[in-house]
Write a protein that binds this ligand. Structure first.
Ligand code: SF4
Length: 370
């Protein structure tokens, strides 16, 4: 079978052309017609001769020029590489996520998440559908990783997360994607569903930092993160963007592939994330550079246990913690097989969720659709 994976040369040419076009970088999509030519320049400080794809004259990034993310100093000291290597070694008998399936990913096996050691990415592009302080004017620089360790039955991205849609790439290509997003004027690098690729992401950041990446990193996760992995992200991640999906272990077990530990593990993870980055507050330019931003999708028939979620946050985190209460649930993937999840939420259900959050004392609610 001939490989459908683009060669390294094709990939870099693809990036350069897209950079010159200023268009979306959807991997595997046909190249848009483009009449301008990107230029390749060597990047000062690069540890190898990898060409940069930054076109001449393009602004580096739409962020505060005085901002320096923590991973840059970790890169300079060699600590970022060391942590990436440590996470990489954990894939020998993988325990990167709470499933602890012990898969020999480095030997080529695929874990319960669907991932082997091969880095698989569905797409990368400026995204304008995230929270306002992440989107700004230039968009959030999202990298969508294929596969997922949580595997919810109602997953809206199931072709990517469950079926593994995407293409394989190496670490240098991941770094190139991040730099391309910076060149497009994105305000951050938003790694979506990152948990099973934490090692690849740290190695990619190490390479990208060497080549000039300076954007804050958003860790866009289900929240189901191991307590012994998060400390390795301390100083690397600038903004944690976790879900807090359920307060009831039985619901997590039923609808997220047996993840009964979700409420306990995720609540512990949120405390650690808060310790690392603190409360999220936008800067004077309206952009978020640091902090914890929690998302909670209200599910029908109180599957999400919203009262328990918001009360836990109010009792264990600052009352001005940013909490995005989301109302947009629609049945997707296998949700219609489960009567409790087979419909959208009602207006009354969402009003109750907002009421519970306010009664709990939360003061920084972002109420979508309310
Ligand atoms: S990240 Fe994947 S392979 Fe590793 S423990 Fe979790 S499910 Fe298993």
């Amino acid at each position: 079978m001939p490989s459908t994976r683009p060669s390294r040369k094709q990939f870099l040419a693809h990036c350069a052309q897209l950079a010159a076009c200023g268009g979306l970088a959807l991997l595997g999509s046909p190249l848009a017609a483009c009449h301008r030519q990107g230029t390749r320049t060597a990047t000062p400080g690069s540890r190898n001769a990898e060409p940069d794809i930054r076109p001449a004259g393009r602004p580096r990034a739409g962020i505060d020029p005085d901002f320096e993310p923590g991973y840059v100093s970790l890169h300079r000291s060699g600590e970022l590489k060391r942590r990436g290597d440590e996470l990489w070694a954990r894939m020998a008998r993988c325990r990167l996520c709470p499933r602890e399936c012990g898969t020999a990913r480095l030997a080529g096996a695929k874990g319960e998440c669907g991932a082997s050691a091969d880095l698989r990415i569905a797409s990368y592009h400026p995204h304008f559908g995230e929270e306002r302080s992440l989107v700004g004017r230039g968009g959030s620089g999202t990298v969508f990783f294929s596969h997922c360790n949580l595997r919810c039955v109602f997953c809206i991205n199931w072709p990517i997360n469950h079926d593994g849609q995407g293409e394989n790439h190496d670490i240098e290509e991941l770094a190139t994607m991040m730099l391309h997003l910076q060149d497009q004027g994105c305000h951050n690098i938003n790694v979506v569903t990152p948990t099973h690729y934490a090692a690849h992401i740290l190695r990619g950041l190490d390479r990208a930092a060497a080549r000039g990446l300076r954007l804050p990193v958003v860790y866009n996760t289900s929240g189901w993160e191991r307590a012994d992995v998060l400390p390795l992200l301390d100083g690397v991640v600038d903004i944690y963007l976790p879900d807090f999906k359920y307060s009831d272990p039985a619901m997590a077990h039923r609808y997220s592939s047996g993840a009964r530990s979700y409420p306990e593990v995720t609540s512990g993870a949120l405390v650690e994330m808060q310790r690392q980055v603190g409360t999220a507050r936008p800067a004077a330019d309206g952009l978020m550079y640091r902090g914890l931003m929690i998302r909670h999708l209200v599910l029908p028939n109180d599957v999400s246990g919203t009262k328990g979620v918001v009360e836990w946050i109010a009792q264990h985190l600052p009352l001005d913690t940013y909490v995005n209460l989301m109302s947009q649930y629609r049945p997707a993937h296998r949700a219609r097989e489960f009567p409790a999840l087979a419909r959208a939420i009602t207006r009354r259900e969402f009003e109750l969720a907002v009421q519970w959050a306010r009664q709990a004392g939360l003061t920084r609610l972002d109420i979508q659709g309310g």
